[in-house]
Design a binder for this molecule. Structure first.
Ligand code: PXL
Length: 276
């Protein structure tokens, strides 16, 4: 009684560049959700910048998560993994939390790449580890690039016909997750996020800006996570995330910020609750 929704956030800490934990923590906090970070790697700046320093925290994770065995989380939100060896410890954490609380929702943001390319530190075996984790998730949020990677589908851009998107979602669901949200499907001047649950799908459509900002997927998944932790249904949480992202993207463009700075979400954080 009296507790806030509590979420374990498995993700990297990038000191510069808005992404991963530096996005997830403020978004969850501003919506009144307790965010508990599990850092998978520490980077001086995200991998889109040159010359970043990278420390893999695989060796830190077993003791870190073991010490959390007596804690209960309403959700686990997992994103960027530092190395293939993190897969087993993350999977075991999913399983122990589910055992303690079958209502614990596991949101797996299958972070691997964007715009047809893998992120710098992602190897084929790390992608394979991500594919295996999908079976333990309630909800996954791949972008089009990641949906293609996970299903071994040739990538031909972010524009997908409905039939192609449904086919991808069906194949992703067959990997063993509960629900699939394919993000960033391009339709002319619109962006669609598709929610697929038990063979049923809905598209949420928002205005598209042509500029690609780094960390967009992380902001989407973080808002989605916070809305779900606050009790929203999945299609409503997708709508909340899509609308907020659209507002933040337009704000960022208006300010003329360079794309590598990512989305300038800070000035709009205080409005996020209005999107629920
Ligand atoms: O936005 C995804 C992401 C997360 N974490 C790190 C990254 C990226 C994308 O470049 O480099 C470290």
């Amino acid at each position: 009684m009296g507790c806030l929704p509590r979420v374990a956030c498995i993700n990297d800490l990038s000191g510069y560049g808005r992404c991963s934990l530096t996005t997830a923590l403020p978004v969850l906090s501003v919506l009144g959700v307790q965010a508990c970070p599990v850092p998978t790697a520490v980077l001086s700046k995200h991998t889109g910048f040159s010359g970043y320093a990278f420390t893999d925290l695989t060796d830190v994770l077993p003791a870190y998560l073991k010490s959390w065995a007596d804690l209960h989380f309403d959700m686990i939100y997992s994103g960027f993994l530092g190395a293939e060896g993190q897969m087993n410890v993350v999977r075991d954490f999913f399983l122990t939390q589910k055992q303690q609380n079958s209502n614990c929702t596991i949101l797996l943001d299958t972070v691997m790449g964007d715009d047809g390319r893998l992120y710098d530190t992602y190897t084929p075996s790390l992608c394979n580890a991500m594919r295996q984790l999908v079976a333990y998730a309630d909800i996954i949020t791949p972008n089009v690039t990641e949906a293609c990677l996970l299903t071994d589908t040739p990538y031909h851009g972010e524009a997908l016909h409905t039939a192609e998107a449904v086919q991808l979602a069906r194949q992703l669901a067959a990997l063993g997750c509960g629900a699939v949200v394919i993000t960033g499907i391009v339709r002319e001047d619109m962006i669609c996020n598709m929610t697929y649950i038990n063979g049923e799908y809905t598209f949420d459509t928002v205005h598209r800006t042509k500029c690609l900002f780094s960390g967009t997927g992380d902001l989407f998944a973080s808002v989605l996570c916070a809305a779900l932790a606050r009790g929203s249904r999945l299609p409503d949480a997708v709508q909340t995330a899509g609308s907020f992202l659209s507002a933040v993207t337009q704000h960022t463009l208006q300010r003329g910020a360079p794309a590598e700075e990512g989305l300038l979400f800070e000035p709009l954080l205080c409005t996020l609750e209005e999107y629920l």
